[in-house]
Ligand binder design. Structure first.
Ligand SMILES: Nc1nc2c(c(=O)[nH]1)N[C@H]1C(S)=C(S)[C@@H](COP(=O)(O)O)O[C@H]1N2
Ligand SMILES: [Mo]
Length: 315
């Protein structure tokens, strides 16, 4: 059932709330309203959590998006367990607001930014991207976010910055899966600076028009659509610019299986399985296995970033 906001609140209240909603202001407001519990306030939270954004057709696939149930029910987020249904069950302990992000390393505008301050200058867009997991399954997800490159520029990297590193929250209370030693915590990922500046790389704050569910990496996660899903780090608390290539979690855990680049590549098999095909989640017939496209279908946009590189060695 769809309830129009105007049916719930008197018109003037609704209008001021809409102005308030402009941009990303709603993220902070949701936390404030969440302190109270009346039915009206709960409804306010739902309204505020509907983001304002424009659809970006140029950077969106026309393939059918996966259902919200698939996108929020089949996840990799080891901080909440290693089963695909663990994050949906366990991520309720994450508190995505209030939230802040530390910016440091080789840049001028270092500091601790509240989520609101970090997001304020950026207009949100919807981008429908394929997500190709290294485990040979894929989904199509309507993200809401903004170009990572716009934020990188704003933080003024120095001439020494060659990479940008991202860190996930480390907190055993909020992320009970971190009690297990399945990975080294906190989860770390990184991009070369030219990859980070590419217009396809985004920071996402929502999907299907609403703020990110916890299991998808609330409140802020990276999405790099031409790379295997593990590069798209969730629940980011730190952004650091570096001169040297940072160590990244999966490459540390199994260096012969997961590299720094992790570009989707059907020509380079994982040592334990083929990467030639993928299973689209939600269509469970084996006939639905489809060929994997190089760079996950974004070769025209990103192949030039790697010209002259041996992608079998730099996997
Ligand atoms: N912090 C963190 N980020 C993470 C992961 C994780 O375990 N921890 N899993 C990665 C993997 S392997 C994939 S495929 C995607 C899945 O994103 P989704 O659950 O939103 O589809 O998140 C990536 N980001
Ligand atoms: Mo993945």
């Amino acid at each position: 059932m769809r309830i129009r906001p105007s049916e719930i609140t008197p018109e003037p209240v609704y209008r001021s709330r809409r102005e308030f909603l402009a941009g990303i202001a709603g993220l902070g407001a949701a936390a404030a309203f969440a302190q109270t519990s009346s039915a009206e306030q709960v409804m306010n939270v739902m309204l505020i959590e509907r983001l304002q954004y424009k659809h970006n057709a140029r950077y969106s696939t026309t393939e059918a998006a996966n259902s919200l149930a698939d996108i929020t029910g089949y996840n990799n987020f080891y901080e909440f367990g290693t089963g695909k249904d663990d994050p949906a069950r366990n991520a309720g302990s994450l508190r995505p607001r209030p939230w802040s992000v530390v910016v440091d390393g080789e840049c001028e505008d270092k500091g601790r930014y509240t989520l609101e301050d970090l997001l304020k200058p950026h207009a949100l867009e919807e981008r429908i991207y394929r997500l190709r997991c290294v485990e040979a399954w894929s989904m199509v997800i309507p993200w809401v976010g903004f170009p990572l490159g716009d934020l990188v520029k704003r933080l003024k990297p120095t001439s020494r910055a060659k990479y940008v590193e991202f860190t996930t929250l480390m907190d055993l209370k909020q992320m009970p899966g971190q009690r297990s030693h399945v990975l080294d915590w906190p989860y770390l990922e990184a991009l070369r600076m030219d990859e980070a500046m590419h217009p396809l790389a985004i920071l996402a704050v929502g999907l299907y028009g609403k703020v990110l569910p916890n299991q998808n990496g609330a409140p802020l996660r990276l999405v790099v659509p031409w790379k295997y899903g593990f590069k798209s780090i969730k629940s980011i608390v730190r952004i650091r610019f570096t001169e040297r290539m940072p160590a990244t979690t999966w490459a540390l855990s199994a260096p012969s299986e997961y590299g720094f680049y992790a570009n989707v590549n059907p020509e380079v098999d994982h040592p334990r399985w083929s990467q030639k095909r993928e299973r689209r989640i939600g269509s469970d017939s084996f006939l639905s296995r489809q060929p994997t496209a190089k760079f996950n279908g974004y070769a025209a946009e990103v192949a030039s970033l790697y010209s002259g590189m041996d992608l079998a060695r730099n996997f």
